[in-house]
Every structure is written in structure tokens, then in C-alpha cells.
Write a protein that binds this ligand. Structure first.
Ligand code: HEM
Ligand code: FPP
Length: 304
């Protein structure tokens, strides 16, 4: 609740930190979905069974570096987070974990993740995953987020990378099909985030973060959500059109995109106070089911 947000500076009492605070800083639900997209990238990279070593080490390494990126985001954003109702209760702005301890935690996660990828996967995957960490934790968080309303469009590339990271973990090569999966998440990110930002517009305005609803207004942001959702429906057809996937994917992804378009249209033309958050929640379901459908399609491929 907005009225609970009083602090503009992090508290200083560093007493009651528990493992839950460290766990929370890794954004576990986001990382789980990132790992699902990485796993699907792995599975789609090869027709048969996956070799277990790059499978397990790849997921561990990508998970650890993504978690490290999320922890760095908590540290760098602590002053912004302290001013927003959605985030003021996080461990760093609350003063439960000091920025220094959080950074040590992130450093350990990042070092472990990088070494696992370098030793048991391959250097290409290690470097690309590290680049994604830098893209999210530094380029997006420390610069773009504060600089331009296109922040999440450009920064979205880091969050979209995992299917490619999964693919290179197994094959050691960048394949155009993997880039198509990256493109899907890249185009999915703006409607995912802007739906939430519409709901939280006052939060971002108070913290002076130049998110699209703050700089260009809610009406313009709703139009942008709708246009990106239309673009997403088109981009989602591409794996089918190039022969990468079969009929199961075509039907599954089409149904999901009809659902996303329904919410985006409702948000633009017939919204009530719940529509923005419903659209945001649907975006998460959309991406999760889309990647599960890709998996089913891969192992039970039906072509016409
Ligand atoms: C720059 C890109 C992105 C931005 C700016 C963004 C923004 C956000 C924000 C602000 C939340 C906050 C929810 C909350 O605390 O209530 C969120 C939630 C979430 N995002 Fe994203 N997101 C991005 C990319 C991604 C990607 C690539 C994925 C997964 C593939 C993802 C998956 C999720 C999930 C699963 C949640 C729900 C978390 C929970 O309920 O704990 N996001 N996103
Ligand atoms: C190695 C690798 C693949 C790195 C990517 C890591 C990662 C956690 C990407 C997710 C993007 C995300 C949750 C952005 C929200 O940040 P925000 O600061 O706008 O949202 P917040 O206000 O909730 O913190």
C-alpha cells in the first residue's frame, strides 16, 4: 500500500537477515521461468536425449548468474525500491541485508556460476551468460532504467537470452532457431512489463523512474502494449513458418496469442481497475505455456 512507503533512504538496522532474504533477492520466480526457457533451448537444439553434464551444469550456471544479476539489481536499485509500494519491503531497502553483504553474495553466485559454465559446459555459454548479467545488472539497472522510457525494450535482450544460452550449452554454436526464441521473449517483454507499469504508474512517478506511462502517459502505453502484442503474435508464427516447429506449436501458440490480444484490447478499449494486472499475470502464463508447448511439439512433432 502506497501509504506504507515512508522511507526514501534505506534503513540502517542490519539485524534480522535470514536465508529467506537472500533467497528473495535472487528473484526466484523470474529465474525459474528463465531456466524453463533455457531448458527448452537445450531440448530444441538436438533431436535426441540431452547429454546430462551440460544439461545439469548449464542450468546451474545460468541459474546462478541470473540470480547474481537479480541480487545486484536489488543493491543498485535500493534507493528507488525504498520509494515504491511494490518494493520498499525488500531486504536491502529495509536494512535487513547490507549492500556490501548482498554484493558479496552476488559475487559468490556469479563466480560459481561462471566457473561451472566454463569448466563443465563451454566458454561460449559462459561468456554469453556473463554478458547477459552485465546487460541486466549494469546496462539496464544502472543506466537505461534511469535514462530512457525505452529502458526495458533494450534491457529486455538480457532477459531474452536464456534460450540461446541453453542452445549453446548443448551445441557450442549460435543457431538461427535459437535467435528466433530470443526474438519471441524480446518482443514479449514490453507488453509484460508495461502492463505492470500502467498499474504502478504512481510508484514510478514518485521514484522518478522514466517508465513509459510516466513519460508518455497511460493511454500511449496501452497502445504500445497492444502494438507489441500484435507484433508478438506475428513473431510467434515464425517458428512454424520456417519449419522449426509443427502443428501442436501452431495451434498452442495461436490460442495463447488470441488470449494475450484479448487482454491487450481490453486494456486499451474497455479497462477496469484490474485489467492491467490481469494482463501482466497473463503475460507470465503466456510465456510459460508457450515454452511448454514448444517442448511438447519438439518431442511429439506433427507436420502437415
Ligand atoms: C527487462 C525485462 C523485464 C522487466 C523490466 C520485467 C519486469 C518485471 C517486474 C517489475 C516484475 C515485478 C513483479 C512484482 O514484484 O510484483 C516482474 C515479474 C515477473 N517477471 Fe518480468 N521483467 C522482465 C523480463 C522478464 C523475463 C525475461 C522473464 C522470464 C522469462 C520474466 C518473468 C517474470 C516473472 C515469472 C515474474 C513474476 C515474479 C513473481 O511473482 O515473483 N520477466 N517482471
Ligand atoms: C544472466 C541473465 C540471463 C541475466 C538476466 C537476469 C534477470 C533476473 C532478468 C529478469 C529481468 C527483470 C526481472 C527485470 C525487472 O527489473 P526491474 O528493476 O525493472 O524490476 P524491479 O523493480 O521488480 O526490481
Amino acid at each position: 500500500m502506497a501509504k506504507s512507503v515512508s522511507a526514501t533512504q534505506p534503513h540502517q538496522s542490519l539485524s534480522r537477515a535470514s536465508w529467506r532474504d537472500y533467497y528473495e533477492m535472487t528473484k526466484p520466480n523470474v529465474v525459474l521461468l528463465l531456466l524453463l526457457t533455457a531448458l527448452v533451448g537445450m531440448c530444441l537444439s538436438t533431436p535426441g536425449w540431452l547429454p546430462w553434464q551440460p544439461l545439469v551444469a548449464g542450468l546451474m550456471g545460468i541459474g546462478a548468474l541470473s540470480s547474481a544479476a537479480a541480487v545486484i539489481n536489488h543493491v543498485m536499485d535500493r534507493r528507488i525500491d525504498a520509494q515504491m509500494a511494490r518494493t520498499f519491503n525488500r531486504p536491502v531497502p529495509k536494512g535487513k541485508v547490507s549492500p556490501r553483504r548482498a554484493l558479496i553474495f552476488a559475487g559468490l553466485l556469479a563466480a560459481a556460476g561462471y566457473l561451472v559454465l566454463e569448466i563443465w559446459v563451454n566458454r561460449l555459454t559462459a561468456l554469453l551468460t556473463l554478458a547477459s548479467l552485465v546487460g541486466y545488472a549494469m546496462v539496464y539497472t544502472m543506466y537505461l532504467k534511469r535514462a530512457t522510457p525505452q529502458n526495458i525494450v533494450i534491457g529486455g535482450l538480457a532477459g531474452a537470452a536464456p534460450p540461446l544460452l541453453g542452445w549453446t550449452a548443448i551445441t557450442g554454436e549460435v543457431h538461427p532457431y535459437a535467435l528466433l526464441l530470443v526474438l519471441i521473449i524480446f518482443i514479449w517483454t514490453p507488453p509484460h512489463f508495461w502492463a505492470l507499469a500502467i498499474h504502478r504508474e504512481k510508484d514510478y512517478a514518485r521514484a522518478q523512474v522514466p517508465m513509459l506511462p510516466v513519460t508518455h502517459g497511460v493511454a500511449f502505453t496501452k497502445t504500445s502494449v497492444l502494438l507489441y502484442t500484435i507484433l508478438l503474435a506475428i513473431v510467434c508464427l515464425m517458428p512454424y513458418l520456417v519449419g522449426m516447429t509443427g502443428v501442436i506449436y501452431f495451434i498452442g501458440s495461436s490460442l495463447l496469442n488470441v488470449g494475450f490480444l484479448y487482454y491487450a484490447l481490453k486494456l486499451k478499449f474497455n479497462a477496469d481497475e484490474h485489467t492491467a494486472m490481469q494482463t501482466f499475470r497473463f503475460s507470465i502464463l503466456h510465456l510459460m505455456v508457450l515454452f511448454l508447448v514448444l517442448l511438447v511439439d519438439h518431442y511429439f512433432k506433427i507436420t502437415l
